[in-house]
Design a protein around this ligand. Structure first.
Ligand code: PMP
Length: 430
C-alpha cells in the first residue's frame, strides 16, 4: 500500500532530520512511516502510491474550502509570471490588511509575517515593549509556535512527542514565562496576585486546538479580559486556528471578547506561508518604522500568499453560509461518532465547538491539559491505522483537532462514520 512512500522516506531520512520538515508529519506517534503526498483536490488527498484519502489534516487548518479551490487559486498564474517577491510594497498587501481590519473590530492595524510562530513571537515582543514588563502568561497544552519563550508546557507535536518543554530553550528565557491551567481562572488570579505588575500579557488560544479540541468553559475568556484590564496587562488571542474558522470574526466574535492583540496564521494565506498580528492603534503604532519595536521580514506580505489569502477571505466574507455548513458537517460527524460510542459502550468522548472537532480516547470530560494527557494514545494509534486502511486520513496524534472543510460532502462524513465504526470495533476487539 505504501511502497513508493517508503522508498522516498528512506531517502528523506538521509537528508532531513526524521525525514520530515515538521515533527507531526512523521506519523511516529501512531507507529507508522509518513506517507508522501502527490496532490489534493476538494476533501481528498492522494499519495504517491495512488491511495486516496478523505483528508482531515487539510494542512492543519488553512484549507477551509478544501484542497486546490479554483477561486482561491484565481490570479496565481498571473503573479507567478510577473514576479513573486520584490522587497518593496505591493497593493495587495494593503487590500489584505484592510480586509482583516474591517473584519476584526479589535484590529486597527495589522502587520504580515510568514508563519504563526513569527506572529506570536512578534506579538510578545510588542506586548513587552508596550507595557515595559517582562513576564508573559500562557496555558498548559496551548501551542503558539516554536519560539523559545512559548515552548513551555506546549501543545501539538510537543505533547505528541512528550517534549512539552524543549531542550535548547535556556532557563533564563523561560524564567519569565508563567504557565497556568487552561480553563482555570483561579490559577490565573493566583499568578497575577503574585506577579501581576510584571506580567506584560496573557497569550491564549481562545479555543484550544493543539491538545485536541478543548473549548473555553463559560466565563474563562471573560475572566482573562477582566484580569488583564485590572492589571494593565495585554490580552493576546492566538487565533491562528480559530481566526476565520470558528466564525468569520473568529473566537473573539463568537465569545464577544475584545483582545488587545490578535495573531493570525495559515488561514489568511489560503495554504501559502503566512502569519499576521494586529491590534489597537496605540499598541501597533509602536512597531518599526512607526515606533521602535523592531520586527521585519524579507518575504513578509509576499504577493502569492497575499493573493491566495485575499481570495479565500473574500469568499468567506461573501458567503457566511460556509460557517453554517462547516458546523452542520461537524455535528453530523459528532452525532455519528457518539452513536458508535454508545452502541459499543466504549470510553471515548467527542469534543466539538462549531466546525472544530476531535475524538478523545478516554471518558472525559476534557477541559484542560491534565484531562487530555490521560487519553489512551495506544488506542488512538490502532484507530488511526485502521482509519488509514479505510481511506480516512486523520491527524497522526491524539492531541490535534480534525479539520473539516466546506469541500467535505455529506457522503464523505457518512463514509468516515462507517469507517470509524469498523476501526473502533477493531481498536476495542469487539
Ligand atoms: N498558534 C497556533 C494556535 C497554532 O495552531 C500554530 C500551528 N499549528 C501556531 C501558532 C504556529 O504556527 P506556524 O506553524 O505557522 O508557525
Amino acid at each position: 500500500m505504501f511502497k513508493k512512500s517508503k522508498k522516498i522516506y528512506e531517502d528523506a531520512k538521509k537528508y532531513i532530520p526524521g525525514g520530515v520538515n515538521s515533527p507531526v508529519r512523521a506519523f511516529k506517534s501512531v507507529d507508522l512511516d509518513p506517507i508522501f503526498i502527490e496532490k489534493g483536490k476538494g476533501s481528498k488527498i492522494y499519495d504517491v502510491d495512488g491511495n486516496s484519502y478523505i483528508d482531515y489534516i487539510c494542512s492543519w487548518g488553512p484549507l477551509i474550502l478544501g484542497h486546490s479551490d479554483e477561486e482561491v487559486l484565481d490570479g496565481i498564474d498571473h503573479i507567478l509570471k510577473n514576479g513573486t517577491s520584490f522587497g518593496v510594497p505591493t497593493e495587495i498587501e494593503v487590500k489584505m490588511a484592510k480586509l482583516i481590519v474591517e473584519s476584526y473590530p479589535s484590529v486597527d492595524m495589522v502587520r504580515m509575517v510568514n508563519s504563526g510562530t513569527e506572529a506570536t513571537m512578534s506579538a510578545l515582543r510588542l506586548a513587552r515593549a508596550y507595557t515595559k514588563r517582562n513576564k508573559i502568561l500562557k496555558f498548559e497544552g496551548c501551542y503558539h509556535g516554536h519560539s523559545d519563550s512559548l515552548l513551555v508546557k506546549s501543545g501539538s507535536g510537543a505533547i505528541t512527542f512528550n517534549v512539552p518543554t524543549s531542550p535548547g530553550v535556556p532557563d533564563y528565557v523561560v524564567k519569565d514565562t508563567i504557565v497556568c491551567k487552561y480553563n482555570d481562572l483561579e490559577s490565573v488570579e493566583k499568578a497575577f496576585n503574585e506577579y501581576g505588575d510584571d506580567i506584560a500579557c496573557i497569550i491564549v488560544e481562545p479555543v484550544a486546538g493543539n491538545m485536541g479540541v478543548v473549548p473555553p468553559i463559560e466565563g474563562f475568556l471573560e475572566g482573562l479580559r477582566d484580569i488583564t484590564s485590572r492589571y494593565d496587562s495585554l490580552l493576546i488571542f492566538d487565533e491562528v486556528i480559530t481566526g476565520f474558522r470558528l466564525s468569520y470574526g473568529g473566537a473573539q466574535q463568537e465569545f464577544g471578547i475584545d483582545p488587545d492583540i490578535t495573531c493570525f496564521g495559515k488561514i489568511i494565506g489560503g495554504g501559502l506561508p503566512v502569519g499576521a498580528y494586529g491590534g489597537k492603534k496605540h499598541i501597533m503604532s509602536n512597531i518599526s518604522p512607526l515606533g521602535d519595536v523592531y520586527q521585519a521580514g524579507t518575504l513578509s506580505g509576499n504577493p502569492l500568499a497575499m493573493n491566495m489569502g485575499y481570495n479565500l477571505i473574500t469568499k468567506l466574507k461573501d458567503n457566511r453560509n460556509i460557517y453554517k455548513e462547516l458546523e452542520k458537517k461537524a455535528i453530523k460527524l459528532e452525532n455519528g461518532l457518539n452513536d458508535i460510542i454508545d452502541n459499543l459502550n466504549i470510553d471515548c468522548h467527542v469534543n466539538r465547538i462549531k466546525g472544530m472537532i476531535c475524538l478523545f480516547f478516554g471518558k472525559g470530560p476534557f477541559t484542560n491539559y491534565d484531562d487530555v494527557k490521560e487519553c489512551d494514545t495506544e488506542k488512538y494509534s490502532i484507530f488511526f491505522k485502521k482509519m488509514i486502511e479505510e481511506g480516512i486520513l486523520l491527524p497522526p496524534s491524539q492531541f490535534e483537532g480534525w479539520f473539516i472543510t466546506y469541500a467535505h460532502s455529506d457522503e464523505d462524513i457518512e463514509i468516515t462514520i462507517e469507517a470509524a465504526n469498523k476501526a473502533l470495533k477493531n481498536t476495542y476487539n469487539i
